[in-house]
Write a protein that binds this ligand. Structure first.
Ligand code: ADP
Length: 257
C-alpha cells in the first residue's frame, strides 16, 4: 500500500515536471516568434516609410504648383494619391505600435506634462492638416496643472479619437474635446454628432481590424481603437464608449494619477 502510494506520488510529480517543461518550451517559442514578428514589422515599416514620405511630399509640392492653374475638379486624382498614402502610413504606424505592445516592447515614458497646453497644441495640429476644416471645441473643467503621462502615447490616444470623430461626422458637425481634471484621475472625452456605433458592436470595436457595419464607404483600417486601448492600458487607464446610431458618439478615457 505504502509503496504503491509512493509510486503514484512520484508518477504525478514526473508528469507535472513534464508539463512545466512543455509550458516553458511553448513560452520561449512564443517569445521568439513575437521578437521575430516585431523585427519583421520594424523592417517593413522602415522600408515602406521612406518611399511613402517621398510620395506624400511630392504630391504636396505638385498640389501647390497646380492649385493656381488647374481646375479643382482635375486635382481629384492627386487628392486620392495623398489620402491613400496617408492611410498606408497610418496602417504601418498602427501595425507597428500594436506589434510592439503585444511583444511588451511599447515604450512607456511618463513625464510631467501640462495637459491644457498639450490639448491646445494637438488641436492646432488638427487645424493644419484637417481637410474637412472641422472646428473642434475645447472645454476644460477643474484646475488642470501637470500630470504624469507618456506624451507620445497620449498623442496617439487623442489624435486617433479625434480623427475618428472627424471621419465619422458630417461636414460641419460639432466635435468637442473635454478635459476634466479630478483629484484622482484625468478624464478626456471626445464627443461627436456623427453616424454612431450600433449597440451590439460597441464592445467589438477595440479588436484589431474590426470595422462597424454602418461605416459604408468611409475609409479606415480598423486598427485605431486597438492602438488607443493598448496606450490607455499602459497608463493603467480605462476607455468607455457611449453611442447612438444617427445621434453621435462619446469616447471617455480615464487615466488615474
Ligand atoms: P477605423 O476607423 O480605421 O475603421 P478604428 O479602430 O479607429 O478603425 O475604429 C473601429 C470602428 O469603430 C470603426 O470602423 C467604426 O465602425 C467605429 N468607430 C470608431 N469611432 C467612431 C466614431 N467616432 N463614430 C462612429 N463610429 C466609430
Amino acid at each position: 500500500m505504502v509503496v504503491s502510494s509512493l509510486c503514484f506520488i512520484l508518477y504525478r510529480q514526473w508528469v507535472k515536471h513534464d508539463e512545466v517543461e512543455a509550458l516553458e518550451r511553448t513560452l520561449t517559442q512564443e517569445k521568439e516568434l513575437n521578437e521575430l514578428k516585431l523585427r519583421l514589422f520594424s523592417m517593413i515599416s522602415h522600408e515602406f516609410r521612406t518611399p511613402l514620405s517621398v510620395i506624400l511630399l511630392s504630391s504636396q509640392l505638385l498640389k501647390e504648383i497646380l492649385q493656381e492653374s488647374v481646375d479643382e475638379n482635375k486635382l481629384k486624382n492627386l487628392y486620392r494619391i495623398q489620402s491613400s498614402a496617408k492611410l498606408m502610413n497610418q496602417l504601418i504606424t498602427d501595425l507597428l505600435t500594436l506589434t510592439r505592445a503585444e511583444a511588451g516592447k511599447l515604450d512607456f515614458n511618463p513625464q510631467l506634462i501640462n495637459l491644457e497646453t498639450f490639448c491646445l497644441n494637438l488641436l492646432e495640429d488638427f487645424q493644419l492638416f484637417d481637410t474637412k476644416q472641422t472646428v473642434i471645441h475645447f472645454i476644460k473643467y477643474g484646475r488642470c496643472y501637470r500630470a504624469n503621462m507618456d506624451e507620445k502615447l497620449l498623442y496617439s490616444i487623442l489624435s486617433n479619437l479625434l480623427l475618428n470623430a472627424i471621419k465619422y461626422s458630417p461636414q460641419g458637425g460639432n466635435i468637442y474635446l473635454f478635459l476634466k481634471c479630478e483629484v484622482e484621475a484625468t478624464i478626456f472625452q471626445v464627443k461627436d454628432e456623427g453616424i454612431g456605433i450600433p449597440q451590439h458592436e460597441q464592445q467589438k470595436i477595440y479588436e484589431p481590424f474590426y470595422r462597424g457595419q454602418n461605416v459604408e464607404n468611409i475609409v479606415g483600417t480598423g486598427l485605431g481603437l486597438a492602438v488607443v486601448k493598448k496606450c490607455v492600458e499602459l497608463h493603467q487607464g480605462e476607455i468607455f464608449v457611449e453611442s447612438e446610431v444617427g445621434v453621435g458618439t462619446t469616447f471617455t478615457v480615464k487615466i488615474p494619477h
